[in-house]
Design a protein around this ligand. Sequence first.
Ligand code: USQ
Length: 387
Amino acid sequence: MNILILGGDGYLGWPTAMHLSAQGHSVAVVDNYFRRKACDELQSPPLLPVPDLGERTRLWQAASNHTVHCAEGDLCVWEFMQDCFTGKAFGLDWTPDAVVHYAEQPSAPYSMMDRDKAAFTLSNNLMSTMNLVQAVKEFNPACHIVKLGTMGVYGTPDIDIEEGYLDVDYKGRSHRFLYPKTPGSLYHLTKAQDGDMLYFYCRIWDIRVTDLNQGPVYGIFTDQSDDEQLATIFNYDDVFGTVVNRFLVQAVAGIPLTVYGKGGQTRGYLDLRDTLACVELAILNPAQAGEYKVYNQITETFTVNELAELILEGGKQAGIDVTVKNIENPRREAEEHYYNPTYTGLKDLGLEPHLLTSDKVARMLEFVARHKGRIREDAIMPKVKWT
Ligand code: USQ
């Protein structure tokens, strides 16, 4: 298949590009380097230095003999989106059969930082999605859009969370609605809005969409990135680092794990390798014309306190002394709540999860410890408050 990856330089994008290319697909990636520029601006470099896309694709070609095409550009600019769909951006005669859409501002704290960052998050996330739909309609209406969504669109309702839809019986009649959305940051709100937009265009233009409502991802290793130069962007700062990755670095740096508030916040988590497997499964099992498929892309749930406990256990195995400190929660979120999401769809398609164990934590800690000298301690404490 011809697969276009929007946001192909990011934490998930680059590992996805290598994974799909290793399966023999023709892969092209585009990115505007937002994440790199924001990390520079916030003085929060990733743990490992990351070569640019041109260099990454050259290194990948040398390691695997597979070619990944790449281009730099802004997908909110319609002409650039058009060039990606005609292949002009890559010097190819090419139209994608599937598009993986990661090209959104992915950080909740970033979206809550100030007006400009809120405005950027809103316009970037919605305009890139709208341009994508327009390009699919114009260049290949059969093209399957696989959009990365988030479990955060559901919030933490006091009833079970279904996989995308809710059947409502009301006054003797029944209807199937998208599951109600109660996002907890402006970023999460944009992911609710882009989902609504895609569902709308499925109904109106019969496009094909799969929305992957993913939980926080952790990890650094994938089958393709043993070479550290091919490794993903691994952030541990308060804006772009997800909680497990942050805790791994805090443990190695000797900083008490920053549990926000009471630590009873429960989320669904998954290993980076499982993200790649899920995206591949979604591509191989496309939505029908007019169908908006939704999967909950998580493999297990934890409270923040349970995660901290696992890092403590892994630390013991790795010979690292880990401590934990509950600090004031910079976010507005429930710290003790009911949480029971369904996540059977991807397992039914064949997903075999890599679960989070203390052994795995110990291996990741050992990896981070080899790069301890690069940890910027000033990037760790949370600086963005929701209120
Ligand atoms: N948390 C801590 N201490 C920390 C960092 C986070 O207690 O040092 C807590 C947060 O308050 C939250 C939970 O850990 O309750 C998860 O936080 P996170 O920063 O790992 O995840 P989040 O901000 O929700 O966003 C991340 C990704 C985002 C993705 C989302 C999936 O950045 O792109 O959409 O995970 S979900 O959380 O299911 O919405």
